[in-house]
Design a protein around this ligand. Sequence first.
Ligand code: APR
Ligand code: PHB
Length: 393
Amino acid sequence: MKTKVAIIGAGPSGLLLGQLLHLQGIDTIILEAKSPEYVLGRIRAGVLEQGFVDLLREAKAGERMDREGHVHEGFSISFAGKQERIDLKSLTGGKKVMVYGQTEVTRDLMDARAASGGVTIYGAENVELHDLYSDSPRVTFQKDGDLIEVECDYIAGCDGFHGVSRKSAPKDEIKTFERIYPFGWLGVLSRTPPVSEELIYACHERGFALCSMRSESLSRYYVQCALDENIDEWSDERFWSELKARLPKDVAERLVTGPSIEKSIAPLRSFVTEPMKFGRMFLVGDAAHIVPPTGAKGLNLASSDVYTLYHALRKTYSEGRADLLEKYSEICLRRIWKAERFSWWITSVLHKFDGDPFSARIQQAELAYYTGSLAGLTTIAENYVGLPYEPVE
Ligand code: APR
Ligand code: PHB
């Protein structure tokens, strides 16, 4: 098989890149290890920055998001018995976020790919990357027992944190930076109306909690939990009572509970790879970096990588601007580190750490200061709605 860009992974990064390139007449093949059903079974955050919303529309996959998504102009932080609203719209000169689940984004991108006739090979086993530093890299994989080779111009490694692409970079060329947090998130999805029209991030002495949503009748809630927590010990009743204990009293009283339709525990991690280009292979999204979920930056950060690679490839093919691909890592990493900083900060300030009493007081003072100062509120708001994408030129 032959293509211009071989894309490894059919998560949101791979599918979005494939769709944008397709619309420019740049041929791609996507290789995905799992089945479409498996990919759609993952539940992830659902807050989209304007940059992602624009890119999804440009990929002609934004129609359902525009119909069914909900624009949010603010969110709240509760701590020390108070609930402080962050008015995103007024603090950022009119910017907002879109609440629309990542699973739905993935489904819409899958449908757009199918309609455009792009090739996606699901169940691609033993994917291997070859000759990254030559002018004609190759990808091999197995499908139904056959060994298949894809010749290409470039490889986009969109295969997530556990994928093969990052592992294929030469060991002496790659640096990684990591922070593991000493807790996890226990998440529940339930067919109940959300407790509030806007998201509530709660910092409480029992630990962090988050009230989020997917629609008027579908809620997503989280509580901070221990890393070695056994999910079988978390009945729905225990989850609801722990969540209520961490929310402001009036919110807890309003909470509508019901059976969980999904319940899972996720660890929290910050992780960055430098560089993100290895010869003709580019790492994109979770393959290159991870943020803790507080602030919902994961998909939004993948989106600015896709934007940068898409425009660099587009201008390489249409204008011979291969110099732009050389700048891929530095352009991406400038924004990535800022989003890593925000995700780390908001995680640090909202969670319960088993630290010393001085640190606990500083954490409370930090929340009081940021939410009580226009400068502090503006800082939170401009990061939450998303920092600008750097032009690729
Ligand atoms: N070969 C082929 N495909 C692979 C391989 C492999 N060796 N390893 C992993 N994959 C596939 C996975 O099955 C998955 O479908 O790559 C895809 C990667 O998708 P994601 O993990 O969703 O990563 P990405 O597309 O970058 O999306 C970023 O996901 O984790 C969230 O917070 C994150 O929202 C962000 C988004
Ligand atoms: C979610 O809806 O799953 C969600 C929302 C906001 C976050 C994290 C997760 O910060």
